[in-house]
Write a protein that binds this ligand. Structure first.
Ligand code: GLN
Length: 285
């Protein structure tokens, strides 16, 4: 390819791959090329930068070519690498559920601000836990807490269970497959949820990584995007302990309508925290 050194060195592969990914209009071509090559070679990306003349072995080449062509088709990075960072954790990620996102860390920040005394939270619940991201990040921060995570997709619940074990939190987490809160009883000090909130008709217009490769179950909030909030509004009152709080993720423009739904169920909105892009993202009830 133009401008790239020929050969089978790390530098040559990175240069070519960067061009392929740039032509495919992925988000960060050079960085992604480096992450994919490091993954294929089983090393860290820093190692690649240190020695660009190192040869790429035949098996690594094969793995890298397959990953590169998938990435050029907009398969998400997390699916190719198999994990994603969230808060202080490294989480396995697969097509059964939403890939953890930085915006969702806003909910963890809000939860920590709400309960400055970390020992005051002993019972956590995460509705629609997916990879387990919210539940496990909060369990890591509230060391005396026990948590329940529920997901409608049994494969996601199994993934979350693997993530609990991977992060040393398995003895404080129960990950269950089930429909929202239907099967749950008991009361919780902190209830977290990043529910599906995209309007059904908007899903095809999302970036291809999301629209084609993340499950509708984790995204689709029905015609107005608010179906899951209505379900949460009917479940939260019987699940919150006295003095308990819920922290919910919101989509863009959903603060007012979600607050109205929650007020209708007797739940009081107590504040909203913006994400790094300035979007009101985490609602406290
Ligand atoms: N934030 C996600 C997206 O826009 C949607 C997540 C959700 O529906 N909870 O890709």
């Amino acid at each position: 390819m133009s401008g790239c050194e020929p050969g089978e060195s790390v530098g040559a592969f990175l240069c070519q791959a960067g061009q392929v990914l740039r032509a495919a209009a992925v988000e960060a071509p050079r960085l992604e090329a480096r992450l994919l090559l490091a993954h294929a070679m089983g090393c860290r990306q820093e190692d690649l930068l240190r020695d660009p003349r190192a040869p790429v072995g035949p098996e690594a080449q094969q793995r890298f070519r397959a990953a590169l062509s998938a990435r050029a088709r907009h398969v998400p990075m997390a699916h190719l690498i198999g994990s994603a960072g969230f808060w202080t954790l490294d989480l396995l990620s697969d097509p059964s559920t939403l890939i953890p996102r930085a915006d969702t860390e806003t909910l963890v920040e809000l939860a920590l601000d709400t309960f400055p005394d970390r020992s005051s939270v002993t019972r956590l619940l995460d509705l629609g836990t997916g990879t387990g991201a919210l539940l496990l990040a909060c369990l890591a921060e509230f060391p005396g807490a026990f948590g329940v995570g529920v997901d409608r997709n049994p494969r996601a619940a199994a993934l979350a269970r693997a993530n609990a074990a991977r992060n040393g939190l398995a003895d404080r987490a129960a990950l269950l497959a089930g429909d929202w809160a239907d099967a749950l009883s008991g009361r919780f000090d902190l209830i977290l949820s990043n529910p599906p909130y995209i309007e059904s008709s908007s899903i095809p217009g999302l970036m291809p990584e999301v629209a084609l490769h993340e499950p509708a179950l984790a995204l689709d909030g029905g015609a107005d995007g608010l179906d899951a909030y209505r379900a949460l509004a009917s479940a939260l009152p019987r699940l919150l302990a006295a003095g308990g709080k819920a922290v919910l993720e919101l989509g863009q423009g959903q603060q007012a309508p979600v607050e109205a739904i929650m007020r209708g169920a007797g739940l009081r909105p107590l504040g909203c925290r913006e994400d790094l892009g300035g979007v009101p993202r985490a609602l406290l009830l």
